[in-house]
Design a protein around this ligand. Structure first.
Ligand code: GLV
Length: 320
């Protein structure tokens, strides 16, 4: 029996390739378009930088797209459902790793870690000074978490361990009073959270509602000593407005892992010392990226075997 063909758009990590090789014929293709590369394929293992739209999802014979990421804004889910194509993501395995990194950005921005590193390397450190590179304290400060899903909750637990007070906002999925009490967080409307918080960290998916959730007006509500961290998706923040606010000292600093037009970074941010810039690596630990690769492969293989994939995003497509 011939094995189904599967396009793996970019390499994934062990044990993903071994799992796939045991059941399918893996192709990588060389054409520039994903549609051309996926022609004749029953499945695609995609990643965050791969736009999977109507033109790909309408390919005859395509059964499943397994995204190797928790975010899936790169896939047109409605089109997938319309064409009866299953779509999956890799939730759960990256919560703690991503929260670790959000906290790392928070600390790096607050205590000017990257700026200090540049300062030393550039030969500008000539001895201790009482006012050198002063930052903001984390302990005793208030953290506002925008989006209290799995990663937002993992961040709350870290912040509470640092003696921070934790606020959150989440209109889509608020916690019950019992969950709030158990986690130790208080709910606020976004406007109040922005006004009250010393740190604001974003943990919402990218949707039409969350695009530019943080723009000029929201940045104006934040304290001049406040720090913004974004490890969610770039377009949740209006990057030009952020660069302007950082340049004008309207907020103290930012820690940014994701960009509006990845991999491009707003030139306004690149020249600023009060922003820590990372290349979309929040889930990037050896173990977590390997677990994501494994999960993407397992989702894809389940779909091709006619089993319901564990992380199905569009159950409507399964029913049809
Ligand atoms: C990475 O950004 C992911 O969504 O997993």
């Amino acid at each position: 029996m011939t094995r189904p063909r599967v396009l793996v758009t970019h390499p994934i990590l062990d044990p993903g390739p071994q799992l796939l090789a045991a059941e399918v014929e893996v192709v990588t293709g060389t054409e520039p378009s994903i549609r051309a590369r996926a022609e004749g394929c029953a499945g695609i293992v995609s990643q965050v930088m791969d736009p999977i739209g109507e033109e790909v999802l309408s390919l005859p014979g395509l059964k499943i797209v397994a995204n190797c990421a928790v975010g899936f804004d790169n896939i047109d889910l409605a089109a997938a459902t319309r064409h009866g194509v299953l779509a999956t993501n890799t939730p759960g395995v990256l919560n703690d790793t991503t929260a670790d990194f959000a906290f790392a950005l928070l600390m790096a921005a607050a205590r000017r870690v990257a700026e200090g590193d540049r300062f030393v390397r550039e030969g500008r450190y000539h001895g201790w000074a009482i006012d050198m590179l002063l930052g903001q304290d984390l302990h005793g400060a208030t953290l506002g978490i925008v989006g209290i899903g799995r990663i937002g909750r993992a961040l709350a637990r870290r912040a509470l361990g640092f003696d921070m007070r934790v606020l959150y906002t989440d209109d889509a999925a608020p916690l019950s009073p019992a969950e709030e009490a158990e986690l130790g967080v208080e709910r606020r409307p976004l406007v109040e959270l922005l006004r009250e918080s010393d740190y604001v960290s974003l943990h919402v998916p990218l949707t039409p509602e969350t695009r530019h959730l943080i723009s000029h007006d929201e940045l104006q509500l934040m304290k001049p000593t406040a720090i913004l961290v974004n490890t969610s998706r770039g377009p949740v923040v209006d990057e030009a407005a952020l660069a302007a606010a950082l340049k004008a000292g309207e907020i103290f600093a930012a820690g940014i892992d994701v960009y509006e037009h990845e991999p491009a970074v707003d030139p306004g941010l690149l020249g600023l010392d009060n922003v820590v810039l990372a290349p979309h690596i929040a889930s990037g630990s050896v173990r977590t990226r390997s677990r994501m690769s494994e999960l993407a492969a397992l989702n894809l293989l389940a779909g091709l075997r006619g089993e319901r994939p564990p992380n199905l995003l569009n159950p409507e497509a399964w029913q049809t």
